[in-house]
Ligand binder design. Structure first.
Ligand code: SF4
Length: 229
């Protein structure tokens, strides 16, 4: 199967009962500002080319963002920050993301998450993370020929991804490297992989100044260079 085949299967996934119930309830009840829109209300697939050299790994779709629009980080404040930074460093053709047909394209970059359905309070359970891992395993396997660098947004994604990278054939040091903003680890493999840590683009981090646009752009630019973009 190809990455588009995988994405087509993913959007029908119903393996996590709590998340299926939540994503559909949010899609039905909606937020007042979006009451005229039809919410996606399903698993949100990764976004970006199937031969990406740079992979960005978040946490899970936002209830009224990706779960509404059907595209990662599209239509929420976290995405506003992320896509503005991707555009600033030349990895996105435009600084904004509002809907699946807004014309946004990424250069050599794909965005995904270890959990593909919006969770209550943005907090998936360990069981949900482990259940969704099948998709991340498959995505990494399909991207292995081209991926050269990964930016992980936040500790949840970091901890979810390291075992996946190990199983996909890269050597993950023991003890496993700790997450931190600015962390940079080179993993040996058939082809080496540069792993970068970055604080998550959540409002909790961006409103408080814990993560500034400049900090995010620095990590993305470094990772883009490491990926040969
Ligand atoms: Fe399926 Fe992942 Fe959604 Fe669970 S979180 S229902 S495994 S797509």
């Amino acid at each position: 199967p190809t990455l588009p085949d995988m994405d087509a299967d993913l959007v029908d996934c119903r393996r996590c009962p709590r998340l299926v119930e939540w994503r559909e309830r949010v899609a039905h009840e909606k937020r007042a500002a979006f009451r005229d829109q039809t919410y996606w209300g399903r698993p949100v697939p990764g976004f970006g080319p199937a031969d990406a050299a740079l992979l960005i790994v978040g946490l899970a779709p936002a209830a009224h963002g990706g779960n509404r629009t059907g595209r990662m980080f599209t239509g929420d404040r976290s995405g506003d920050i992320l896509f503005a930074a991707l555009h600033a460093v030349g990895l996105a053709n435009q600084p904004t993301a509002v809907s699946v047909d807004d014309g946004l394209t990424l250069r050599g970059t794909r965005i995904t998450a270890p959990v593909h359905c919006a969770p209550p309070d943005n907090k998936p359970t360990p069981t949900e993370r482990d259940t969704c891992r099948r998709w991340l395993d498959e995505e990494l396997r399909l991207l292995t020929p081209t991926v050269r660098a990964v930016v992980v947004l936040g500790g949840f994604g970091w901890r979810a991804l390291l075992p996946v990278l190990g199983d996909a054939g890269w050597s993950v040091p023991k003890p496993r490297p700790a997450f931190g903003h600015g962390a940079h680890v080179e993993l040996a493999g058939t082809r080496p992989l540069h792993l970068f840590g970055c604080y998550h683009v959540s409002q909790q981090n961006t409103f408080t100044g814990r993560l500034t646009p400049a900090m995010l752009e620095t990590v993305l630019a470094d990772a883009g260079r490491a990926a040969g973009l």
